[in-house]
Design a binder for this molecule. Structure first.
Ligand code: FAD
Length: 248
């Protein structure tokens, strides 16, 4: 029985399009920071399940997720209504390509996220191992509206001198209105942070965002001499799409 029934502990809305929630953690549920799992709701006995990155670090006794609300989405049109005490079904198998073992240790680790693509990086930036493997960690979160900057207060309050957090908002006035991918590519990101220019031999990149941005940036990195993570999990950059676009 790969799915187990878990209980909603809390729900936290961020914007009309995004919300977070916590669940009880299944017994013997183990995962690596950065991985995703399939979760779902049962409607009339039928399970509707989707992939979700795990926001909470692996050492917590609960599971936290950051979700989009797609008004006509089979899962999230229902998930948006969950309340403490409700049931959510959680698969026992976790996987993913955004763990610390998917890039070689190095100087600076760039974590580039759009939208709910922040989720896997939330567990990574709270992993002490991340700061042992890298001198500096840069987290860029690009969203459309300020309200979609989930976890902004928590990240800004983190006592991690090695961590640079760069929120960017593209469709509302904000001090950083650029797309994160453009900031990285142009070299403006490292320049503004006072860091050396990104170097494929020394630095590492992880991308989690909308499929077009993820594809585009991966192509740019390859052309610029960055080695994608291979089947043994070793490389200079690794990507995961934050969602799949379904065509009718
Ligand atoms: C590896 C992986 C990890 C994922 N992790 C997360 C996560 O942590 N949080 C999360 O909310 N979703 C995540 N997703 C997407 C998730 O699996 C569902 O697609 C999402 O929950 C919507 O489900 P739905 O049934 O309501 O709509 P679906 O029928 O699944 O999607 C309908 C449409 O909504 C859009 N869409 C779906 N998800 C998103 C999103 N996250 N952001 C913007 N647009 C979207 C797409 O255009 C899609 O075609 C992940 C997907 C993959 C493949």
């Amino acid at each position: 029985m790969p799915y187990s029934e878990q209980t909603v502990q809390s729900v936290r809305p961020w914007s009309d399009k995004t919300f977070s929630f916590t669940l009880t953690r299944p017994q013997d549920f183990s995962f690596e920071n950065g991985e995703f799992v399939t979760i779902g709701l049962k409607r009339e006995g039928k399970l509707v399940a989707r992939a979700y990155s795990i926001v909470s670090p692996a050492d917590r006794d609960y599971l936290e997720f950051l979700s989009i609300h797609v008004p006509d989405g089979p899962l999230t049109s229902q998930l948006v209504h969950i309340r403490p005490g409700d049931s959510v079904w959680v698969n026992s198998k976790t996987t993913g390509t955004l763990t610390l073992h998917h890039v070689l240790p190095g100087r600076t680790l760039y974590l580039l996220a759009t939208g709910t693509g922040l989720a896997p990086f939330m567990s990574l930036i709270r992993d002490p191992e991340c700061y042992a493997r890298f001198e500096t960690v840069v987290l860029v979160h690009s969203v459309r509206t300020v309200a979609e900057l989930a976890y902004r207060d928590e990240i800004e309050a983190m006592d991690r001198p090695q961590l640079h957090y760069v929120p960017t908002v593209t469709r509302e006035p904000f001090p950083t209105p650029e797309r994160g991918a453009d900031l990285f590519r142009s070299g403006v990101l490292s320049l503004r942070l006072g860091l050396p220019a990104p170097d494929p031999g020394r630095d590492r990149v992880m991308i989690c965002g909308n499929p077009a941005m993820t594809r585009e940036l991966a192509r740019y990195l390859k052309d610029a001499g960055w080695t994608p993570t291979n089947h043994r999990g070793v490389g200079a950059f690794t990507t995961e799409v934050a969602f799949v676009v379904h065509h009718e």
